[in-house]
Design a protein around this ligand. Sequence first.
Ligand code: GTP
Length: 368
Amino acid sequence: MSGILEKEQSIPVYILSGFLGSGKTTLLVKLIEHWKNQNLRPAVVMNELGEVNLDGQIVDEAVPMAEMLGGCICCTVRGDLGIQLADLVQEESPDIIVIEATGAANPMEILDAVTETSLYMRLELKSLITVVDAAHLAGLYSEQKGKTFKLMQEQIRCASVLLLNKTDRVQAQQLQELELLLNKWNGFAPVIPSIRCEVNVEHLLHTGTDVHLQQPAEAAGASQLEHAAESHVHTEACHTHGCSHNHDHAHEHVEGHHHEHSSKAHTSHEHVMVYTHYFEKPVNSEAFEQFVAALPRDIYRAKGILSFSDTASRFWFQYAYRESDYMKITPQGDVPNVAVFIGEHFDQTRIREKLLELEAANIMNELK
Ligand SMILES: Nc1nc2c(ncn2[C@@H]2O[C@H](COP(=O)(O)OP(=O)(O)OP(=O)(O)O)[C@@H](O)[C@H]2O)c(=O)[nH]1
């Protein structure tokens, strides 16, 4: 064990929650940098709805990482979380563990899994940080409906601290209203506004009351519900999300596989769908940008790693709440050209056809 922590101390655990594309990975990268500067050794549990760990690509290679892919921690792979935590502790002896949940997760289920694990391992849940996309919340709040709105509300209610991110995308007046709204929904959690998760990390990590977990001795006495009621975790508010009882995790294959990995449609939650497209051919960058800009509104998150026919470098592309971003990347390891689309009941066949058209159009151009 490295760093300033004593061997006998429990390992602090931080949970990063927040809707798809709100900025969890952006924050994770900053947290890791902060701990590394303090000579601490963090380890990460990364959960992705898609079947490839794209976010892992932008996290420091040296950081031990447990990957839980192809489902959401809060239901499909919940049982695995304890095993992943135990393995990380035994094999890596980290000083700190961060769990990044999928943006569709109900954090209460993750709290439960950490609680269970802490009954036999020295883990101490320090805080549940929920990252909120200010613009997305403002948009959903004006509509006042939808499952995404409810899920975001639950993630906010469960937090011990709230990072109101992407404040560059809202007006000052709107920001004030959002801060009041967050205070109304969760009167316990301090609200920290940020752009690209630029915050005083020490303040973020130590503000708000700790989410206190049961240790084995206490566990026999109080029930988890009673216990959580003492802390800032609002169990009742958090248990309403339907996904914890949805066990429809079948992989539904789309017809006409065109790659050894095959392109798959994965129904993970009742309302959240994932389509993963493995590219066989590079596509034109401008045509792809136009395709992303025209994505239907029910797709709220997309990300991928791509080789374009007209650029030398590979690119990491991101799309979240109508904003897209392209960054040059040299992937770690052997990564296919792949894009993941996440949304609510969208037409996956249509997306697949469009992408196949882009691949084919490029072949036609090459033949000309
Ligand atoms: N405009 C703006 N974009 C931001 C900000 N913070 C993050 N982003 C961008 O938002 C996109 C999503 O950020 P991530 O950190 O990957 O979000 P995430 O919550 O990890 O996403 P999932 O893991 O897919 O749920 C990226 O393109 C970021 O560069 C911000 O404050 N303002």
